[in-house]
Design a protein around this ligand. Structure first.
Ligand SMILES: Cc1cc2nc3c(=O)[nH]c(=O)nc-3n(C[C@H](O)[C@H](O)[C@H](O)COP(=O)(O)OP(=O)(O)OC[C@H]3O[C@@H](n4cnc5c(N)ncnc54)[C@H](O)[C@@H]3O)c2cc1C
Length: 363
């Protein structure tokens, strides 16, 4: 159709957008993908993958601890956070380049800029260019949500900042009871930090099987993590380099960092969804979709990636449509937890397969 510059326009170069762009381009569709930050999105740049590297690094002290029983004599080990972070950054840059090159090899064009709807078929790029698209996939993912604007919220970091700390905090307070909060609590405890986890509910991992919840909690407590439930953070104060976290139970905790991992909100602000006529789901503030990941506007889709807390799911229906084929909706489930051995679950995550930490994480 001559009136369209592309068959499929993908907003967002994360797990959902990259997969969709590659499949559609591979089937001959003219595809353009806009990414405003870094190719790979949350999972590769500041989610699953860097987190797994930190998890692997934090497990090593257990192996060192067990080594003597297996006949090894290891001289006193030391750990250097800046080295880990620098090597993690190198690995993430390598993956970002691989994601970029794979999308380009598929024939899709990447534009490193922000995109927003001008009308249902027109995308306006921050560069000023307007692109007319037959189909659009809004794969803009989510962002950390800090909750209520409590006093001192500006001192609180999220999973975005935690991967870039200059120093390993000796003491950290983490608010949250979901998998991201728990994983970071275990990571920091593994590095020897003094960790306090604060959660408002009566037990962590809401929505999981009760036996799993109690087991994980008991194992974390055995690792020395202090878990305070039925409590929230009311206020955070900064004094020099130290923070005081005031809790709703009246107590307070001193630490070197305070992190919140209390949820994520859909990244839909200023996307021009109203100009495109795309309806919002009043329950979560994200885009309303049907069972085929189709929005209220038939040629605009949104992948399920990120909404399911257990992992990313990418519906290929719109992708097949853009490629001029008709296929029923197919979901591909991705990885679940990075905590391989300790909690008895196996990680099938994309990140775990994509990286070989022993090979790539070398100084
Ligand atoms: C700390 C953490 C750990 C995680 N661990 C796991 C795990 O172990 N296993 C697992 O399965 N999942 C994990 N996840 C979830 C996983 O990262 C998400 O499910 C996945 O990244 C969602 O993919 P997406 O493509 O929908 O969005 P994203 O990956 O967030 O990609 C969206 C992209 O869109 C870009 N963007 C947004 N708006 C615009 C715009 N207007 N124009 C251009 N670009 C735009 C953003 O910059 C971003 O790159 C984790 C998440 C976090 C935060």
């Amino acid at each position: 159709m001559a009136e369209f510059n592309v068959d499929l326009f993908v907003i967002g170069g994360g797990s959902g957008g990259v997969r969709a762009a590659r499949i559609a381009a591979g089937h001959g569709a003219r595809v353009m993908l806009a990414e405003e930050y870094r190719m790979g999105g949350t999972c590769v740049i500041r989610g699953c993958v860097p987190k797994k590297l930190l998890v692997y690094a934090s497990h090593i002290h257990h192996e060192i601890g067990d080594a003597a029983g297996f006949g090894w004599t290891i001289p006193s080990a030391t750990f250097d956070w800046p080295t880990l972070i620098a090597n993690k950054d190198k690995e993430i840059a390598r993956l970002e380049a691989a994601y970029t090159s794979n999308v380009e090899k598929s024939g899709a064009r990447i534009v490193k800029t922000r995109a927003a709807f001008e009308d249902p078929h027109t995308l306006r790029l921050a560069t000023g260019e307007a692109v007319r698209a037959r189909y659009v996939l809004v794969a803009t993912g989510g962002a950390p949500n800090h909750g209520l604007a409590i006093a001192g919220i500006e001192h609180v970091i999220s999973s975005n900042e935690v991967f870039h700390l200059n120093a390993l905090p000796k003491r950290i307070v983490i608010q949250g009871g979901g998998y991201i909060a728990l994983e970071f609590a275990c990571i920091f405890a593994g590095f020897g930090s003094d960790v306090t986890l604060i959660y408002r509910g009566e037990n962590i991992l809401r929505g999981f099987d009760d036996d799993v919840r109690s087991h994980v909690r008991a194992e974390m407590e055995k690792e020395g993590i202090s878990i305070i439930t039925g409590t929230t953070v009311d206020k955070v104060e900064k004094h020099g380099k130290e923070f005081t976290t005031h809790l709703s139970n009246g107590s307070s905790i001193a630490s070197d960092q305070v992190m919140f991992a209390i949820g994520r909100h859909p990244n839909v602000a200023n996307l021009g969804l109203e100009k495109a006529g795309v309806a919002i789901n009043p329950n979560n503030g994200g885009i309303a979709v049907d069972g085929f990941s189709r929005t209220s506007v038939p040629h605009i889709y949104e992948p399920d990636a990120g909404r399911d807390p257990r992992g990313s799911r990418v519906c290929r229906y719109g992708v097949w449509q853009a490629a001029g084929r008709s296929r029923p909706c197919q979901y591909s489930d991705r990885g679940v937890f990075p905590t391989r051995d300790r909690y008895g679950r196996t990680d099938g995550g994309a990140g775990a397969r994509a990286i070989q930490p022993r090979r790539h994480l070398q100084g």
